[in-house]
Ligand binder design. Structure first.
Ligand code: ZN
Length: 345
């Protein structure tokens, strides 16, 4: 294994907040390269340039980690779309693409494994074997292609997350393991999210936390509790949607006519860039170490978050200067001026 850069993820976290960015599958679906429903990242093989372009946009916007697009690129899912034979090539190619763009900046490359839909707590022994084999083959290829650490994410089950952690640790790589929080307060195998993160930390995860499902408002209170019970690094990667106490996840959001908004009718619920900038600030104040974004994420959010964290990034060259607009400049809401002022500095 060769490290992509001089400083690995743990060194960077020791020095301060590391910013990530995800939501590749959602964004590439919107751009017409991935089919909603199966959400298999066929784009990696069919339109590799589209994947590289999104990596590059996130890199320019401030993401310090290029996450290989291997989400759902596992045996179970590829079988669903009849591309099981492409499994190895798709996984290797995804890591190569991430590496190519990471080298354009100073970014790390993360291998990525996720919920498999193969894990069954009622049949834990047999299903664990299947899940472990899937993770081992995916990460084996990723390691050969070159990764700095692994993100195991969107975990519905603590049991499955622990298998992921074990496989990552066997490979002697830093492990970031984050849970999906689609249910009210517990994983699908019945562990409170906070307790589950504590267990993952106790089993040696370097970074624990939450990704996906919840927007800033409903993710931060849980993240704050996680921060208070673990001593390892904590990650928060919310979706940029306006979830609230009544509709805590983006899966639970309903349109005016009562229709489920997830996943194709979510636009009216999008946060604006200022709200995501504010999230980044709050997370930083809370002591969160890895701050990112998940499904729905796009480069303008990532840049606003980077700048809220005090960074100037390549895309800052084109950050808003609204006073140069002939009429709109005076119409910026008071609460957003703080961030615009930051952008000017
Ligand atoms: Zn997501």
């Amino acid at each position: 294994m060769s490290s992509r850069t001089n400083r690995g993820i743990l060194d960077r976290l020791k020095k301060g907040v590391v910013q990530g960015a995800e939501g590749y599958v959602f964004e590439l679906e919107r751009r017409g390269y991935i089919k909603a429903g199966p959400y298999v990242p066929e784009v990696v093989l069919d339109f590799p340039e589209a994947v590289k372009e999104l990596h590059r946009e996130f890199l320019r916007a401030g993401s310090e980690v290029m996450v290989a697009l291997t989400y759902y690129a596992h045996r179970e899912k590829l079988r669903d779309v009849g591309r099981e034979n492409d499994l190895e090539f798709m996984n290797r190619q995804a890591v190569r693409l991430a590496n190519e763009v990471a080298r354009e900046g100073d970014a790390l490359v993360a291998g990525n494994i996720c919920n498999t839909w193969a894990y069954d707590p009622q049949n834990a022994q047999a299903s664990s074997k299947i899940v472990r084999a899937m993770y081992e083959e995916q990460l084996g290829w990723a390691l050969e292609e070159g990764i700095d650490f692994v993100i195991s994410e969107t975990n519905d089950y603590l049991g499955e997350a622990l298998i992921a952690l074990e496989v990552i640790k066997q490979l002697k790589l830093p492990a970031m393991v984050t849970l999906a929080s689609v249910q009210q307060s517990q994983t699908r195998d019945g562990y409170d999210y906070v307790e589950a993160c504590k267990i993952l930390a106790d089993h040696g995860a370097d970074i624990v936390g939450l990704n996906c499902d919840r927007g800033p408002e409903t993710m931060l209170p849980i993240i704050e509790k996680i921060r208070s019970v673990v001593s390892c690094y904590v990650a928060a990667q919310p979706v940029p949607y306006k979830t609230n106490a009544q509709f805590p996840t983006f899966e639970s959001l309903r349109t005016g006519s009562g229709e489920q908004a997830f996943p194709l009718l979510l636009e009216p619920f999008l946060c604006n860039r200022f709200e995501m900038a504010e999230f980044a600030r709050k997370a930083q104040t809370m002591g969160i170490n890895y701050i990112g974004i998940c499904c729905g994420g796009a480069p303008h959010y990532v840049r606003a978050m980077a700048e809220a964290l005090g960074k100037t990034v390549p895309a800052s060259k084109y950050s808003p200067v609204m006073e140069l607009h002939p009429v709109l400049g005076t119409h910026v809401e008071e609460k957003h001026k703080e961030f615009l002022a930051d952008w000017k500095n």
